[in-house]
Design a protein around this ligand. Structure first.
Ligand SMILES: [Zn+2]
Length: 98
């Protein structure tokens, strides 16, 4: 990310003038579970969010994006917000009962 910021500074007029916007990614070092915890603390309606590579109306629960999201939701104790498929895979993987 630092390299990208440097490139943006060197390759744009505002960057060369020292007026480039600062590039920030505040969540980049957080785990998915950390991000979910923060979203819940902030009152984000997670049930209305979506993260799936398939691009269908409903999340597939099987792609990498769904798996990471569902695993994080299960880890923070909110399996009810995960997809049903993701929940059952998580339970199989961990032997969890919920
Ligand atoms: Zn998916």
């Amino acid at each position: 990310m630092a390299a990208f910021g440097q490139l943006a500074n060197l390759s744009s007029q505002v960057g060369l003038e020292g007026k480039a916007p600062k590039l920030v990614a505040p969540l980049v070092k957080d785990s998915k579970a950390d991000i979910v915890r923060r979203a819940l603390q902030l009152g984000v309606s997670i049930q209305e969010t979506y993260s799936c590579y398939q691009g269908e109306e409903l999340p597939c629960g099987l792609c990498d994006s769904c798996r990471l999201r569902d695993r994080a939701l299960c880890e923070v104790g909110r399996p009810d917000l995960a997809t049903q498929i993701g929940r059952s895979i998580y339970n199989l993987e961990t032997g969890a009962s919920h």
